[in-house]
Design a protein around this ligand. Structure first.
Ligand code: 26W
Length: 829
């Protein structure tokens, strides 16, 4: 369509005050023309996306200024959310939802002859996170703003976010994520908001003017952190909060020093080395690698954040009231260096004595743990820590010395306990235990689901919970219904809103009103039509990405999440293989036609996870090309799972796979996103599955697998996976098929690592849960699917009972129980 014919011509001379719609079209033209220097005929889709993005940004900035002004005037107590990851997802659509401007902007784009959906789709998402932990931080920013809580998110502006996943010959290939390539209209660089960051060097003691013994740190290297601000609007409120991400730059004076001696390359090297710090996100979300650069990244953003907070606080007060002004939440241990860093700032720079500084520090922090996997608990080797941050190591030692003194007083003659509690692991290469540092330096410690918080107290942090039972809390995770229902699923949003009004969008408990609609057959029909339309859209998307066209009438059985052995995508595959042979052996076998969809990234160095991705493709190849099962079973892998793709997948799912080994998944949040979109869950009693099942009702949830207690007992007895292989014929046939090369053209070597692992060690007890899982799939899931009314009723009840899993509820709990902080409403700008 020739857009210049549709009202785009008079680009700058249109100054009439007008309706909202006119204001949007005017802003769009102005931004396209004078900001981007483009005119309609040559403008690319990206130009048009940016013109719209800048128009939205203008609106956000008005609110943001008003918000900042109000907080400043009120001296508002503020929560600072420190996270190494923020997995935001595309901004444009979400910001329009929160501004309540979707319909107007759609009409405005229509008036300009532009395709709204195409512009929304143009945005590349900032993938500044790995998975659950980073996405949770993003959901919490949305809820903090929506609940009108004064807050700042602090993190790192990685130049390269999480890699993009491509698949070649069934293998994952990592491609760098150049998300900034086309510019980022949502960020505002703040070169004047800069922090100096030291690394390495040494410490020295001196006597200050009052005759006191003090320490100063002489770093060997300095880097500058520059703040980049992204406005975070709340939903239908005037609040627009701030996400401040730090980017590393060289410090000029150092360049000049090299220049003066004529060392041009030396100067440039210095610059490159400095910028490396915020260059790339580490793509691991479990196994640690003790890399110096990662430690530097952590210190870098944490000191930038604390310096920024202190700068703001000193405008109206002094350092002794820091903890009254701020509640700082540590998103896992990645920002735990904030504890010794705040001590350093207070003691070394502000001259407070240790006791007072420690009181302030302990009152400031809260620590959220996100994992029970031992290999994901961070530790840093002492030599590495000491060479990168010599002053912080001294401070950690001093914190530890005083802490262990306390422990010895409480538990005399219990040196074993002292060793277990120590911030320093003395086994082998000595190292700093970051979780212990986080516990000692925080006022509150929480897990992310009821079961997880119990297991934390019982296992990983047992000694700490005995020491300080009152510090331990639970805050079950939640997800934002704005992005994951309203934005992702407009069809369901309309159906629900027509039925019960729109109060649920900021008070998700109101969905409960839907319960009575579950018995209304006309409503169930409408519900099914929405699901069907979403499945058709998802099928088209899958076709576009993979060439495989799923049948929207089949059961969409979906598992999307990072690939990890503990999440057991291979258990899912064993069911697929078992089902495949049932169908081949018995063409009359009664089971619903099924499309099994898997998606997710594997950490680049995690060989077993990558091999499982290859196995998904191998099984898909055989199953999808066998006429014996065509129309009854299909398997697809969707490459490049990210937030944007998730928004298309959740609404089209019938069945959500949440089958981690009990006791391993801290919470899970995908489980909530599926259920909010009307998928039923097949899952183990792990993480938040437990609470989801309690909420939606056992009869509307497919339970399978061992409990945490079962797992414990089995391990105590001595777990021998081979016995399951021997006694369960169907399991044996499925494993034999993999081993014998049925999915690898006769190659018996390719999947041997998976087969051997399962038969001889099976650390996540896949074989022990196989029978229960397969029976649940075939009997329970299959049975309910055959009764569409029953299924639809369960789907409606799942959505109706998802209120507790809104991130608004989670943030409200953090505010009441951990941060002690109240909303500060913002007047209209
Ligand atoms: C390599 C260091 C490392 C270790 C752990 C990097 C990242 C992590 C994260 C804590 C892993 C993570 O994302 N955990 C997930 O956090 C979600 C939000 O609370 C939970 O829902 C998931 O269950 C948990 O796996």
């Amino acid at each position: 369509m020739a857009i210049e014919d549709r009202g785009m011509r008079a680009a700058t001379d249109d100054t009439r005050p007008g309706t909202d719609l006119e204001a949007w079209t005017r802003a769009f033209r102005r931004n396209l023309y004078s900001f981007l220097g483009r005119f309609p005929v040559t403008a690319t889709t990206n130009d048009k996306y940016q013109a719209l993005a800048y128009s939205v940004r203008e609106q956000l900035l008005d609110r943001w200024v008003k918000t900042a002004e109000t907080y400043y005037r009120n001296k508002a107590r503020t929560v600072c959310y420190l996270s190494a990851e923020f997995l935001l997802g595309p901004h444009l659509g979400n910001n329009l939802v929160n501004l309540g401007a979707v319909d107007t902007v759609k009409s405005a784009m229509d008036a300009l002859g532009l395709d709204y959906e195409e512009l929304i789709d143009q945005e590349e998402e900032p993938g500044l996170g790995n998975g659950g932990l980073g996405r949770l931080a993003a959901c919490y920013l949305d809820s903090l703003a929506t609940l009108q809580i004064p807050s700042i998110g602090y993190g790192i502006r990685y130049e390269f976010g999480i890699f993009d996943q491509q698949i070649r010959d069934g293998w994952q290939v990592e491609v760098t994520d150049k998300w900034l390539r086309l510019g980022n209209p949502w960020e505002i660089p703040r070169p004047e908001i800069a922090a100096l960051v030291g690394f390495g060097g040494y410490t020295e003691s001196y006597t200050d003017e009052k005759g006191r013994n003090r320490t100063r740190w002489i770093p060997a290297r300095l880097v500058r952190g520059i703040g980049y601000d992204t406005p975070i609007p709340g939903y239908r409120v005037n609040t627009t909060n701030l996400l401040r991400l730090w980017s590393a730059e060289a410090v000029e004076s150092f360049d000049f020093e090299s220049f003066n001696v004529g060392d041009y390359y030396g100067a440039v090297e210095q610059k490159v080395a400095s910028e490396t710090i915020s260059k790339v996100l580490y793509p691991n979300d479990t196994a640690l690698q003790g890399k110096r650069l990662r430690l530097e990244q952590q210190y870098f953003f944490v000191t930038c954040a604390l310096q920024d907070m202190m700068r703001i606080h000193l405008q109206t007060s002094d350092s002794t009231t820091f903890h009254e002004k701020y509640a700082v939440q540590l998103n896992d241990t990645h920002p735990a260096l904030a504890i010794p860093e705040l001590m350093r700032i207070l003691v070394d720079e502000h001259g407070l004595d240790w006791e007072q500084a420690w009181h302030i520090t302990q009152q400031t922090f809260g620590y959220t743990n996100h994992t029970l996997l031992p290999e994901a608990l961070e530790t840093w080797s002492i030599p590495l820590f000491g060479s990168a941050l010599p002053r912080h190591l001294e401070i950690v030692y001093e914190i530890n010395r005083r802490f262990l003194e306390e422990v010895r007083e409480l538990y005399p003659d219990d040196e074993d306990r002292v060793r277990r509690l120590s911030l320093i692991d003395e086994h082998g290469d000595r190292s700093v235990r970051m979780a212990h540092l986080a516990c000692v330096g925080s006022r509150a410690i929480n897990g992310v689901a009821a079961l997880h918080s119990e297991l934390l107290k019982r296992d990983v942090l047992r000694d700490f919970s005995e020491l300080w039972p009152g510090k331990f809390q639970n805050v079950t995770n939640g997800v934002t219904p704005r992005r994951f229902i309203m934005l992702a699923n407009p069809g369901l949003t309309k159906l629900v809103t027509d039925a019960i009004g729109d109060g649920w969008t900021h008070d998700l408990d109101q969905l409960r009103t839907l319960e009575r609609m579950a018995n209304d057959s006309a409503f169930r029909d409408a519900w099914r039509r929405v699901k069907r339309a979403n499945k058709e859209a998802l099928a088209a998307e899958i076709k576009k990405r993979t060439g495989i066209a799923p049948d929207p009438a089949s059961l969409f059985d979906i598992q999307i999440k990072r690939f990890h052995e503990y999440k057991r995508q291979h258990l899912n595959l064993l069911h697929v293989i078992a089902l495949y042979y049932r169908l081949k052996r018995n063409p009359g076998y009664d089971t619903p036609p099924r499309t099994v969809v898997l998606g997710g990234k594997a950490a680049p160095g995690y060989m077993m996870a990558k091999l499982i991705i290859k196995l998904v493709h191998a099984v898909a190849d055989v199953v999808n090309n066998d006429r014996a099962t065509s129309g009854r079973l299909r398997v697809v892998f969707v490459p490049g799972y990210n937030v944007k793709l998730g928004q298309r997948i959740f609404p089209g799912a019938d069945l959500s796979e949440q089958i981690s080994m009990a006791g391993k998944e801290a919470s899970g949040t995908g489980n909530m996103k599926f259920a909010m979109n009307g998928a039923l869950t097949i899952g183990t009693l792990d993480g938040a599955n437990v609470e989801i099942r309690d909420a939606v009702g056992a009869e509307n949830f497919f339970l399978c697998g061992m409990t945490v207690e079962d797992v414990r007992e089995r391990l105590a007895e001595g777990y021998r996976p081979f016995e399951h292989y021997q006694t369960d014929e169907e399991l044996r046939a499925a494993i034999d098929a993999i081993a014998n090369g049925a999915f690898s053209k006769g190659d018996r070597e390719l999947f041997k690592p998976i087969v051997d692992n399962l038969l001889w060690s099976d650390p996540f007890m896949v074989l022990a849960d196989f029978r229960s899982y397969v029976d649940c799939q075939e009997k329970e899931v299959g049975g309910m699917w055959r009764n569409p009314d029953r299924w639809t009723r369960a789907s409606i009840l799942n959505v109706a009972r998802m209120g507790p899993f809104s991130s608004d509820r989670a943030i409200d709990e953090y505010c009441r129980n951990i941060w002690h902080l109240k909303p500060v409403p913002i007047p209209e700008a």
